[in-house]
Design a protein around this ligand. Structure first.
Ligand SMILES: *Cc1c(COP(=O)(O)O)cnc(C)c1O
Length: 375
C-alpha cells in the first residue's frame, strides 16, 4: 500500500469521550458529559415535530440545493440565498475550502491552539499549515499573522487564513477594530488569499466589541464566513454548517461537494430550529448565567480561568491536566483535555445544565487535592 506521508502522519481527530464508553469502562450509571460544547437544553420541540413530518418522504433523495433552508437562513442573516452553501457540518465546508483553494504544497495560516479541523483538513490535502503563537491572554495574534503574510518566505503560498471567532478551545475573541485593520490589508484581494471567519459560537457572544463578520462582507470581498447549527441550535448530530461567500466561491463548492451532502431530516430540522427564537434565547441566557458562575466556582478552586465568549470555558489546572481528566472520568465527569492544542495543563469545560456544572465543580474539588501541582 502506498500512502502519502502527510496521510500517514495524520493524527485522527479526538472527539470528546462518549457517555456510553465511560459508563462501560468505569462501571458507572450516571455520567455527565461536558466535553463537546453540545447544547445542554437539547433541541427545540419544534425540531422533533418537523423531523417526524419529514420522515414521510425519507425514501426520496433530499433537495440537493437545500433551497428552503437557504431561504430561511438568508432571511435571518440578511444575506442573499445564493451566497449561502450548506455543508455536512461546517467541517465539510472547511475541507472543501482547503481542497478547492489550496494546491498541494501551498499553505493555510491559522493560530496555535485554534480549532484543529483546519490543520487536519489541510494535512489530508497535502497543504502546509502555518501557525502563529497565541498572545499571553490566549487570544489570536493578528499582528503576528499579518507579519507572516508580509514577511514569511512562504507568504505567496498562503491561500486561506482561518480565524475562529470566538476560538475553540480558548473561548477568546478578536476585537472588531483589530479584525478590520487586518482585513484592510488582507481582506480585499481574493486572488491573493481569502480570510475565513469561523463563527461557530457567534450567537453566545456578549462582548460589544466582538464583530459579526456578516456585516463586514460588503467591504471585504475576500472575507468568507462559516456558521454552524451544531452549537446554539443543538443539531450537532444532524451535521449542518453554512458558508456565506461570494457566488464565485460557492460555484466551486457546488462542483466539488457531494450532491446530497445534507440529508432531508437535517434540512427539515434546521428550518424548524431557526424559527424557534424563544428556544434560542433560552439557550443563550442559560449559557451566559452558567459562564459567569463558572468563573467564580473555578477560581474558588484555585484554577485560572480564560474569560470566554462561547459555550465553554478553558482553565488552567496548574497540574498535569491528563491526570485531572482521568480522575474526573472515574467519577463520571467528562471534560476535554487540550494537550493536542499545546495546552497540557488546561481543561475545557462545556457549559451544561446548572446541576451538571455544579456536580463538575464538586468532583473537581474532590480530585484536585489528590494531584500534585506542577511547579
Ligand atoms: C464546533 C465547531 C464547529 C462546528 O463544526 P460542525 O462540523 O459544524 O459541527 C466549527 N468551528 C469551530 C471553531 C467549532 O468549535
Amino acid at each position: 500500500m502506498k500512502v502519502s506521508p502527510s496521510i500517514q502522519n495524520l493524527v485522527p481527530y479526538q472527539p470528546g469521550k462518549p457517555i456510553s464508553e465511560v459508563q462501560r469502562e468505569y462501571g458507572l450509571s450516571r455520567v455527565i458529559k461536558l466535553a463537546s460544547n453540545e447544547n445542554p437544553l437539547g433541541v427545540s420541540p419544534k425540531v422533533k415535530a418537523a423531523m417526524e413530518q419529514a420522515m414521510a418522504e425519507i425514501h426520496r433523495y433530499p433537495d440537493p440545493g437545500c433551497f428552503e433552508l437557504r431561504q430561511a437562513l438568508a432571511s435571518y442573516w440578511k444575506v442573499p440565498a445564493d451566497q449561502i452553501a450548506i455543508g455536512n457540518g461546517s467541517n465539510e465546508l472547511i475541507d472543501l475550502l482547503v481542497r478547492i483553494f489550496c494546491e498541494p504544497g501551498e499553505a493555510i495560516l491559522t493560530s496555535q491552539s485554534a480549532f484543529v479541523a483546519y490543520a487536519v483538513c489541510a494535512q489530508a490535502a497535502r497543504v502546509r499549515v502555518l501557525k502563529t503563537p497565541l498572545t499571553p491572554s490566549f487570544g489570536m495574534d493578528l499582528g503576528a499573522m499579518a507579519k507572516v503574510l508580509r514577511e514569511h518566505p512562504a507568504k505567496e503560498d498562503v491561500r486561506l487564513v482561518f480565524l475562529p471567532n470566538p476560538n475553540n478551545p480558548t473561548g477568546t475573541y478578536i476585537k472588531r477594530s483589530d479584525l478590520e485593520e487586518f482585513l484592510q490589508e488582507f481582506g480585499k484581494d481574493p486572488d491573493r488569499l481569502m480570510v475565513v471567519m469561523d463563527e461557530a459560537y457567534t450567537e453566545f457572544v456578549t462582548a460589544k466589541d466582538c464583530p459579526n463578520a456578516l456585516e463586514l462582507r460588503s467591504r471585504f470581498p475576500a472575507l468568507l464566513v462559516l456558521r454552524t447549527l451544531s452549537k446554539v441550535y443543538g443539531l450537532a448530530g444532524l451535521r449542518l454548517g453554512a458558508l456565506v461567500a461570494p457566488v464565485g466561491v460557492l460555484d466551486f463548492i457546488h462542483r466539488v461537494r457531494n450532491p446530497f451532502n445534507v440529508n432531508s431530516l437535517a434540512q427539515a430540522a434546521a428550518i424548524a430550529a431557526l424559527k424557534d427564537l424563544d428556544f434560542l434565547n433560552s439557550v443563550v441566557l442559560l449559557n451566559t448565567q452558567e459562564l459567569q458562575k463558572s468563573y467564580i466556582e473555578l477560581e474558588k478552586l484555585g484554577l485560572s480561568v480564560v474569560p470566554s465568549q462561547a459555550n465553554f470555558v478553558l482553565f488552567d489546572t496548574h497540574r498535569d491536566a491528563m491526570r485531572v481528566f482521568e480522575e474526573l472520568l472515574r467519577r463520571g465527569v467528562i471534560l476535554r483535555p487540550v494537550g493536542n492544542y499545546g495546552l497540557p495543563r488546561h481543561l475545557r469545560m462545556s457549559m451544561g445544565l446548572p446541576e451538571e456544572n455544579a456536580e463538575a465543580y464538586r468532583v473537581l474539588a474532590e480530585v484536585l487535592p489528590t494531584i500534585p501541582k506542577n511547579p
